[in-house]
Design a protein around this ligand. Structure first.
Ligand code: NDP
Length: 474
């Protein structure tokens, strides 16, 4: 049983202002796995005050000092990586291999990238007689979800610290353990007091307190579209910068010349990884209509081969995060059946042999692009295969979405893939399965407005100042 009852404020582990706590449920067993404190407005006030106080010196710290701090963090992170993986398995049900192999490693990858970017980032550029300075924006409120908990915290906290900002993190109540251990890592790495602060608790209460706070300069949020809209409204009162990373319903186009079986198989496996709870996954798989039978056979075989079960065992897919998420996913599967979509794998209920835990079946439908299941983000292991007649239609279908987070294209002719990539209205395009954590990540349309990762991730945390006449003597 884990008991995480303290918050991290001003470099100290402190008791909450008011004693209040909640159970954390293990989604694989439905049993209580631990308890966390729930913060109040008073805790946010303390955390913001600490971050504000620390901003004065941290914003003026040298790059060399910040690099030392980040290097120390990297060492400490490495030492505790397997504990982070354990925590992720327990809090959100990721299978051990995924938690250790991808979840925890994404955190260290973002840290390594922040270090490399910081070494070379030009915080000052003299252009003629103008000095353009990129200065830390100030105190940042960082609000994160549960689906890739460390990835999303790392993609915010490390660039914020690297650029000289100070921050208050409010992690998801559903995934509080990895946030707590990362905070212990930050504490051990001697990050100066107040630079990083962490308060657990309700988003509706604490998130709102951050979004409306006069002394918070920026909010970086990853999560659902409705909450992103609410945060934007709340933050508008104080004209703060809001960077949103929201949902997706990304189209993945398999071209006629591609190896269809291979691509459909990997797209199906990719959809089921992390129980489908990945905002950028290609959840709409667009395949040539004349090869639909081949696509169905490949997707069915791949979905049926996914082993669902105990994330501490050999399963490749664990549960979804909570009962609410399970009910929501089941609702969409039911909706798909009512809409007349063709169910080719999975379906309603738990997989055979699993009577406890929020396990859903790896599910695949063949449908059209106008159904609810192909338009809304399901955030569960449900793939929609959509047939297309020609490439122009495939592009139109991929773009026919309120979201625009990612797009994928697979085919033999790279120039054709590039041309399709240029036409897709989405922030991240993957060609033939390529992935790159240094590339900017963020969405068009209702998928948000921010760009995280690498150099672009730094820019979110920086203000631009022009000093005119700076170089008048040159
Ligand atoms: P939410 O958007 O509700 O939560 C994300 C974070 O925001 C959590 O820390 C949450 O706190 C906090 N929050 C909630 N309300 C507010 C508010 N009014 N002001 C500020 N912060 C707030 O996502 P859920 O976790 O409920 O997931 C619901 C759906 O969102 C998913 O089904 C999926 O569609 C989408 N989603 C998308 C993600 C992405 O990466 N694009 C990631 C996660 C979810 P609390 O701890 O109280 O929940």
């Amino acid at each position: 049983m884990r008991n995480y009852m303290k918050f991290y404020i001003d470099g100290q582990w402190v008791d909450p202002a008011e004693p209040k706590s909640t159970d954390v449920i293990n989604p694989a067993t439905e049993a209580v796995s631990g308890r966390i404190s729930l913060g109040s407005i008073a805790d946010i006030e303390r955390a913001v005050a600490a971050a504000r106080k620390a901003f004065g010196s941290w914003s003026r710290s040298t790059v060399a000092h910040r690099l030392d701090v980040l290097q120390a963090l990297a060492g400490e992170y490495e030492r505790r990586q397997s504990e982070l993986a354990d925590a992720i398995t327990e809090e959100m049900g990721a299978p051990r291999a995924l938690a250790n192999g991808v979840h925890a490693k994404l955190g260290s990858a973002h840290l390594a990238i922040a270090i490399e970017v910081l070494k070379n980032f030009k915080f000052e550029e003299l252009r003629g007689t103008r000095m353009i300075r990129h200065e830390p924006i100030g105190v940042c409120g960082l609000i994160t979800p549960w689906n890739w908990p460390l990835n999303q915290i790392a993609a915010k906290v490390f660039p914020a610290i690297a650029t000289g900002c100070t921050c208050v993190l409010k992690p998801s109540q559903l995934a509080p353990y990895s946030a707590q251990i990362l905070t212990e890592i930050i504490d051990k790495a001697m990050v100066p007091a107040g630079v990083f602060n962490m308060v657990q608790g309700s988003g509706a209460q604490l998130g709102t307190a951050l979004s409306t706070h006069l002394d918070v300069d920026m909010i970086s949020f990853t999560g659902s579209e409705p909450v992103g809209v609410q945060i934007s409204r709340d933050a508008a009162q104080t004209v703060k910068r809001v960077c949103l990373e929201l949902g997706g319903k990304s189209g993945s186009i398999v071209l006629d010349d591609a190896d269809l079986t291979k691509n459909v198989t990997s797209a199906t496996i990719g959809m089921m990884a992390n129980s489908g709870q990945t905002c950028s996954v290609g959840s709409r798989l667009l395949v040539p209509a004349h090869r639909i039978e081949e696509a169905i056979a490949a997707a069915r075989a791949a979905a049926n081969a996914v082993e669902v079960g105990d994330p501490n065992g050999n399963a490749s897919m664990g549960p979804v995060v909570s009962k609410a998420q399970y009910d929501s996913v089941q609702g969409y599967i039911q909706k798909g059946l009512e809409e007349g979509a063709l169910l080719i794998a999975g379906g309603p209920g738990r997989p055979d042999g699993l009577s406890k835990g929020w396990f859903a079946k790896p599910t695949v439908f063949v449908t059209t692009n106008d159904t609810v299941i192909s338009r809304e983000e399901i955030f569960g292991p449900v793939l929609c295969i959509i047939p297309y007649d020609d490439v122009d239609q495939a592009i139109a279908l991929a773009n026919d979405s309120t979201f625009g987070l990612a797009g994928y294209v697979s085919g033999i002719n790279l120039e054709v893939c590039r041309d399709i990539g240029r036409q897709l209205r989405a922030g991240k395009i993957g060609i033939n399965g390529a992935a790159d954590l240094s590339a900017p990540f963020g969405g068009y349309k209702r998928s948000g407005n921010g760009r995280e990762f690498g150099e672009f991730g730094f820019r979110e945390y920086l203000e631009v100042k022009s000093m005119i006449g700076y170089g008048a003597d040159r």
